[in-house]
Design a protein. Sequence first.
Length: 231
Amino acid sequence: MRRVKEPVGTTAGDGEGAFYERLRPLVQLYARSPEIRRVAVVGNQPLEPSRERAAVVDDADLVFRVNGFRADLDGEPPTVGRRTDVVVFNRGVRPTPWFFQDYTERLYLMIEPGRMLWENPKLPAFWPKDLGLVTMPNREVILPLGAAMDADPREIGQWATTGTVMLWLATRLFPEAVIHAMGFSFVDAPEQTAWNHAYGDASAVGAEHGIQRESLLVRGWIDAGVVSYHP
């Protein structure tokens, strides 16, 4: 598959590039291999079983999952794999049975775009006292992603979903790797007004998200070879 150096239509500025240079060595500590060639980025869309898709996840050098994710269990048909190395989440996350599993062996990255307008800076009350996390800066992450979507979150109060932020982080951290993406329902259904999740109840698409913009952006990445998409 053809690889490109940067996500479509973007060039990292000095501050943005320096941020990823600082973050990359930390993320690499949680990979199964010191040389990261394949990265799996798994969204929370319900998917049909697929042994091939599950193998793509579990054979990757690094696996990202998002918010209230689920992973495969013993006795279930393989669907989205078992491994989790990096969890990208927001303050409103509803932990699933998998969220804190083996948490001492994972890296937790928190996004907080709502801090630009209204969000409370407190940690969730359920957060384990012995678990650290790294917050993703809005200036180096959320605002450049907003610009790539042709939107300024500070002006219109819209920003990318946590899943798209996760995918953006993966492509910026490892531009030379093959990025395997799956489980992003807005790619094929940008007009949806509610999310179905692989675990838990459905929920409305928040007014802060313009998933039509996200669909166009991620579709561009797929078409350009930035990511390999596995429906």
